[in-house]
Design a binder for this molecule. Structure first.
Ligand SMILES: CC(C)(COP(=O)(O)OP(=O)(O)OC[C@H]1O[C@@H](n2cnc3c(N)ncnc32)[C@H](O)[C@@H]1OP(=O)(O)O)[C@@H](O)C(=O)NCCC(=O)NCCS
Length: 189
């Protein structure tokens, strides 16, 4: 697995006065994306729990994987899988993990600090993970359709819904995939 150098992100294009004003806002909050370190695990889990609190409220249960996941699982992924964080002046404002098996990556815990959402951090993290994992032929993820912005967010980034699963009376999960190489297709006999 190739280690990515930190990627400068969050710097806006300043073509017009309005864009310039927006740019200074964003530049003041510029962030870097890089690999998570073992010390980051508690902050990553804390952020995950805060970012998924709304999904827990809408689902009317705390018994959903991002809220029940424990520190050892996050630490294990940092050690053995792809785990990236977005840092703004040292503070972790976003995370993503990719669990790879047989050249298929399951995207886990794409989260952005609620105070920093809607500024491109989530898109930059997803893009950085996809670019880091050059051997992967398909990216899979599961998202809760109660969070109605999530499926369109991933669709705009090349993912397609491959299955909808009724998880409970309230929760329908969307399984989404993005194929990134023709070699992901099953070989023909
Ligand atoms: C899903 C999530 C990671 C997206 O992160 P983000 O940094 O807000 O994403 P971006 O800013 O790159 O893109 C958000 C999109 O929503 C739009 N948006 C507008 N206002 C927004 C707001 N207040 N909050 C979030 N998104 C907003 C953005 O313009 C952008 O639209 P686009 O898809 O046309 O580009 C983030 O909302 C989050 O952490 N949600 C809770 C956890 C979760 O559900 N994770 C996904 C699990 S599968």
């Amino acid at each position: 697995m190739r280690r990515a150098d930190p990627i400068p992100a969050g710097i806006a294009d300043a073509q017009s006065p309005a864009a310039a004003e927006h740019a200074s806002e964003l530049t003041a909050q510029s962030y870097l994306i890089g690999p998570a370190t073992p010390d980051d695990a508690p902050a990553m889990l804390d952020l995950q729990r805060r970012a998924f609190a709304e999904e827990g409220r809408r689902s009317r249960t705390q018994d959903i994987p991002p809220l029940t996941e424990q520190l050892d699982a996050v630490s294990g992924h940092i050690r053995t899988q792809a785990a990236l964080v977005a840092r703004d002046r040292g503070a972790i404002i976003g995370t993503i993990r990719g669990i790879v098996e047989n050249r298929v990556c399951t995207v886990r815990a794409l989260v952005v600090d609620p105070a920093c959402q809607g500024r491109g951090v989530g898109s930059a993290l997803l893009d950085a993970l996809e670019r880091k994992l050059t051997d992967v032929t398909r990216f899979d993820l599961t998202t809760n359709t109660l969070m109605e912005a999530n499926v369109p967010f991933y669709e705009r980034r090349g993912y397609e819904v491959v299955e909808l699963t009724r998880h409970s009376a309230r929760i329908t999960l969307a399984q989404m995939s993005k194929i990134v190489h023709a070699s992901a297709q099953e070989p023909r006999n």
